[in-house]
Design a protein around this ligand. Structure first.
Ligand SMILES: [Zn+2]
Length: 78
């Protein structure tokens, strides 16, 4: 069984966020080193929300006035 969860990372000083996928498998947790849009490298020091399930990730991205990268967000709606 495999489950995919998401981490939301703030990038730089701007109010800009990107999503990273993380797969939880029987072997352990595998975090992608690149953001979903492939533009940003993972940096645990800047992760603001981690391991959100898909539904929760959608809600967090849609609310709160955060500007989340459109390419990253669109992945949640595929
Ligand atoms: Zn992005």
């Amino acid at each position: 069984m495999k489950e995919t969860v998401y981490a939301l990372q703030k990038v730089g000083d701007k109010d800009e966020y990107h999503l990273f996928t993380c797969s939880i498998t029987s072997e352990g947790t595998i975090l992608e080193k690149k953001s979903i849009c492939n533009q940003i490298d993972y940096d645990e020091n800047h992760v603001v929300l981690s391991y959100l399930r898909e539904e929760m990730a959608r809600v967090k991205c849609a609310k709160g006035g955060r500007s989340v990268c459109h390419n990253c967000v669109s992945y949640l709606y595929i």
